[in-house]
Design a protein around this ligand. Structure first.
Ligand SMILES: CC(C)(COP(=O)(O)OP(=O)(O)OC[C@H]1O[C@@H](n2cnc3c(N)ncnc32)[C@H](O)[C@@H]1OP(=O)(O)O)[C@@H](O)C(=O)NCCC(=O)NCCS
Length: 181
């Protein structure tokens, strides 16, 4: 799916939301390496981001061409700030009514409402696409994300203990959350 460019004003900043273009693959790879190093709340370590530019271009194209997926980028005063995406959980009919969401912003663009803006926008698209529920996973201790999702109507539906093991030997649980439309 394509999200055509939309403009908003938030905290006196100009926000642009739109789909990614294949020629932005390198920008997205650089972003992934940075955001994974900024927080313990994403799935990989920076050195595990090994996609090639071609693979990332494919990832962008796949989302743009999908009927049931979207990769939306956010720009703040012209600077790339992060993205939010959703995709159908799988090909089989029994689970096709469920959309999985991912979101990550650069730390410098967190905490002023951008996450709420882009999540609300993505949820509208998910509902419009006919999904019956949206699902995501939050790492235990990510209070900001948990609060945001709960305030948007997501409900916690389970925890996986020790789901994440860090290089320093510590663990964090995964919290599963679902929003039923
Ligand atoms: C999680 C994330 C998407 C949230 O986006 P954001 O733009 O920072 O969030 P917003 O500013 O829109 O909203 C955050 C909300 O959490 C609240 N909040 C902030 N810190 C908090 C804390 N420590 N505990 C509880 N709530 C907190 C804010 O007050 C705000 O709630 P309100 O609108 O009711 O006042 C963003 O911070 C991010 O990308 N973080 C790094 C990667 C990540 O954690 N991704 C999520 C993976 S599930």
């Amino acid at each position: 799916m394509i999200l055509a460019e939309e403009k908003y004003i938030l905290d006196n900043k100009e926000i642009v939301l739109r789909s990614a273009r294949p020629d932005e693959a390198q920008m997205l790879l650089d972003y992934l390496k940075t955001v994974t190093g900024e927080t313990r709340f994403l799935m990989s370590e920076p050195d595990e981001i090994k996609y090639t530019q071609k693979e990332e271009e494919e990832f962008i194209r796949k989302h743009n061409e999908a009927k049931d997926g979207l990769l939306a980028l956010a720009f703040v005063d012209g600077e790339y700030a992060g993205n939010c995406s959703f995709e159908s959980n799988a090909g089989s009919r029994r689970i096709r009514h469920r959309a999985g969401i991912g979101i990550a912003l650069f730390q410098k663009y967190t905490g002023f409402g951008l996450g709420r803006l882009i999540m609300k926008r993505i949820l509208t698209e998910i509902e419009k696409a006919g999904f019956e529920q949206a699902e995501l996973t939050v790492v235990g201790g990510n209070h900001r994300a948990y609060h945001l999702y709960e305030s948007l109507g997501f409900k916690e539906c389970g925890r996986i203990p020790k789901a994440n093991k860090y290089d320093d030997g510590t663990y964090a649980e995964d919290i599963l959350m679902v929003l039923q439309f």
